[in-house]
Design a protein around this ligand. Sequence first.
Ligand code: GLU
Length: 489
Amino acid sequence: MTVKVRFAPSPTGPLHIGGARTVLFNWLFARRHNGSFVLRSEDTDLERSSEKWERDIGASLRWLGLDWDEGLEVGGPNGPYRQTERLEIYKEYLSKLWLGGHVYYCFCTPEELEQDRAAAMARGDNPVYSGRCRNLTPAQVEEKLQAGLKPVVRFKVPADSEILIDDLIRGEVSFQSRDVGDFIIIKSDGIPTYNYAVVIDDITMGITHIIRANEHLVNTPRQVLIYQALNEPIPQFGHVSVVLDTSGRKMSKRMGDMSVGRYARQGYLPEAVVNFLALLGWSPEDNVEIMSKEELIKAFDLSRVSKSPGIFDAQKLDWMNNQYIRASDLDILADKATPFLEAEGLTGFSREWLKYLLAVIRDELRCLAQVPEYAREFLSDTVQVQPEALPPLQLETTPLVLDELVARLSALPDREDFSQRQQEVQALLKQLNKDMKSLHGISGKAVFMPIRAALTGTVSGQELHYSLPLLGKERAVTRIKSSRQQAGI
Ligand code: GLU
C-alpha cells in the first residue's frame, strides 16, 4: 500500500506552531514511506475563510521546506482541493447515503432542540439529538418541504453499537454509538459539515493515514460510521497530542502571535524550527537533538510519538536556533541577515564586513532579527559617551594611550580581508600594551579600558580585536576624537 496523507486546514488564520507540527508529522511520515502528501482547504466557513490565508499557510509550509505532492497551488488528479468547489462530489456521495437509508431530513427548530436537550439532561442522559425527525413519514417530510422549511440532513447512527478505533498513537479507543447521536452532515444552507466533507475528501483522494490533532478524536467515531455506511475502507488514524507551553497552557489559547510567520519574521532558521517541531512529542530512539531533515525522515516513526502533550519551550527553540546559526555557512547567513539590516535602513558596508560581523557575533545570536542591533554598534561615526565610560577616559595616562593608538592605527595598511585585519590589530594591541608598560608602567586594563571606552562610549561590548576591524581605521579614529571631546580630555 502506498502511503498517502494530508493536511486540511481551515484557512481562517495563519499557520500556527501546533498546526505546523501536525503538518510536519504528516510530511515526515509520507517521506519516510515514499508516500505522498496532499494539501487541501476546508473553507466551508464562508465568513471566516479566505484565499489570503490559504496562500499564507502555503507560504509558511514552503518556508519550512515542507513540500506537497498534490493539492492547493500544485493541483493533481483528485481536485478541486477546496471544499467549497467540491459541492457536487458531496452531493454524489449523499445520494449513496440516501439510497442506503443512512440519512434523513431533520426540521427541528432551535427551540425544539433545546427542549430535547434539557429533557435529556434532566433524565441524566447524554444530551445528544433525540431522534425526533428520524421517523417522519415521506408524506410528513414532503409537507414540510412544501411549506418552505429548510431541513438539515442527519446521519442515522446505529443504536447501541461500539465503535472501535485502533489509533496509531493512542492505541485502542472505544466509543458507544449512543453517546454520538444522529449528527448533521448537511446544514440547512446546503453546505456539508466538517465530519461529512472530510470523509468524502479522504475517500476520493485515497488517503491511507489520517494524522491530526487529538482534538479531532471525538469526531472520529462519526467519520468511521460514514465510511462504514458507504462501504469504504477506513484509513488508519493517529491522533497527535496538544502542544502546551511551559506553564501548561494550550498553545492555541496563548495570547500573542504563535504563527510560523512570526518565527520567519524574527529570523529563526527554518531548519531549526523544523527540528524543534519534530521533537514536540516525538523523539528518536537515540535521543539525539540536532537532526537534519534527512535524518528526521529516516528516524521518524509514529509509534514513538508520545501520548502526552508536547511542551513548547521557547528557550529550547532559541538554543536550537543558535545551534543552527553557529553551524550555518556564513554566505547563507549573510543572505538571510541582509533583509533584516535593510529593513532598518542599515547599509554602507561590504558583504565581507557583514560576514565578519556574523562570524564574531553568531555564538550570541538567538535569531537574525538581532543582527541590526549588533551591526548598528559599528556603523556610526560617533558614540555617546556613557557615564560609566568617563573614569577610564579620565585617567591621567589615557591621552598617551589614545594618541599612540591613533598613530599606530593610521599606519596600518588598508586590508580587504577581515581575518588579516584582525591579526594585525591583535599584534598592534599586544605591542601597544608592551610599549605602554615599558614606557609608562601601565598595562592591561589601564590600556584597554580607555580604548574600549573611547571606541564605544561604554565599558562593555565586543573584544577590541573584533571591534577595531569592524569599525575600520577611519571610523575608529573619528570616534576616539569625538569621545575625547565629550570627556574633555
Ligand atoms: N480543518 C480541520 C483542522 O484544521 C482538519 C481536521 C482533519 O485533519 O481532519 O483541524
